[in-house]
Design a protein around this ligand. Structure first.
Ligand SMILES: Cc1cc2nc3c(=O)[nH]c(=O)nc-3n(C[C@H](O)[C@H](O)[C@H](O)COP(=O)(O)O)c2cc1C
Length: 350
């Protein structure tokens, strides 16, 4: 695959392969007129948001309501977007989200699960950042596509496990540890996963004792993903989580959740500096990333855009997309007078 592909060419290829699943629209917002939302109410979730799609849509609307303050008079500089993630220097505070099960709605003509996982892990690595890997009913300890890809990349990845029974989660954590993963975690909001439950892979709410047990079962930092309120954020921190991800799973687990950008400030006010705060949901450009950082997040994850990049052009597609994200973040930082990530605060919002 050519390294000279444009983002538009990659998206055009994804548009062809994902026909009827995702329109690869200019704006990916879960609006009720989009192809992905045509699947709502009783039909398969596919690529959209659950139910009315309100949670998915709210993520994008919340970000759109926020504006950036342009501040330009001063010395010239080229922004430094580098970011420390558990002792690893990344080129940007932007990583590939833990998405899984992409083959289940398009079949192998779209992309195989193994190809998808390798595209995210290696594409992110080539762009100087990290690909996180998810979990779904087709995954097992014997065949975990995500951990296979992380192993191939010498441990350069993060493995997020669904909130299965404790014993199975620990087995996944151990396997991730064996291949040298950077961190592990659970998407606690995955307890709303219909796909897992309907394939005889039960998922559960987790109490603080169970989270503590998981934290002490591994040497790796443990991440709690799917936090949408201060109460959960504080409990995850108390249980020893090294990071939380403010996320509503891209609006896929509970209809009518607010946008993640709306709940972030309240959580950041209590926990910024005490734990890593990562966020996702509706982040499409570096301008969105800057808004999330200004609201108190340390870094962000990209979900659906990374799938489209992987389907469009595999490893190269993901790398090109991540490079685009870094460039737009750098431009946004330059135009708002932020030389490094440390200079980003709510004062750049208007
Ligand atoms: C098709 C699909 C599958 C997903 N699978 C997982 C998963 O296995 N584990 C997980 O933690 N999150 C999963 N997510 C949620 C993403 O990690 C992320 O939170 C979300 O996509 C971010 O929103 P965005 O798509 O608007 O960027 C999935 C999302 C999509 C669209």
């Amino acid at each position: 695959m050519s390294e000279n592909l444009t983002l538009e060419e990659i998206r055009e290829e994804a548009r062809k392969k994902m026909m009827g699943i995702c329109g690869v629209y200019k704006i990916c917002d879960g609006d009720s007129m989009r192809i992905c939302q045509g699947q709502s109410y009783g039909r398969s979730l596919n690529f959209g948001g659950i139910g009315s799609g309100a949670g998915f849509n709210n993520n994008v609307i919340a970000l759109r309501k926020i504006n950036l303050k342009m501040q330009l008079i001063g010395e010239h500089f080229e922004p430094d977007t580098s970011y420390d993630f558990f002792g690893n220097k990344l080129s940007m505070p932007i990583m590939g989200a833990s998405v899984a099960g992409v083959n289940s709605f398009g079949g192998e003509k779209v992309i195989t699960e193994q190809e998808f996982c390798c595209s995210v892990v290696f594409g992110c690595k080539k762009a100087g950042t990290v690909g996180w890997r998810g979990d779904t009913y087709t995954y097992s300890i014997e065949n975990s596509y995500g951990i296979n890809a992380i192993a191939e990349a010498d441990g350069w990845g993060v493995k997020i496990v669904k909130p299965r029974d404790q014993e199975t989660i620990v087995k996944f954590f151990k396997k991730a540890e064996e291949v040298g993963s950077i961190a592990v975690g659970i998407d606690i909001d995955g307890c709303g996963s219909f796909a897992m439950a309907s394939h005889n892979k039960p998922v559960y709410r987790k109490n603080i004792g169970e989270i503590k047990e998981l934290v002490s079962a591994t040497k790796l930092p443990v991440i709690i993903k799917g936090v949408m309120c201060l109460e959960d954020a504080l409990l995850a921190h108390e249980a020893g989580a090294s990071a939380i991800v403010v996320s509503n799973h891209g609006g896929r687990v509970l209809d009518h959740t607010p946008g993640t950008a709306e709940v972030l400030p309240n959580i950041a006010a209590k926990l910024k500096g005490k734990t890593k705060i990562v966020i996702d949901g509706g982040v499409r450009t570096g301008y969105d990333v800057l808004k999330m950082l200004a609201l108190g997040a340390e870094s962000v994850l990209l979900g659906r855009d990374i799938v489209r990049a992987a389907v469009g052009a595999g490893i190269e597609g993901v790398k090109i997309h991540m490079d685009y994200m870094r460039k737009t973040l750098a431009k946004a930082m330059k135009m708002t007078n932020c030389q490094t990530l440390k200079d980003i605060s709510s004062s750049i919002l208007q």
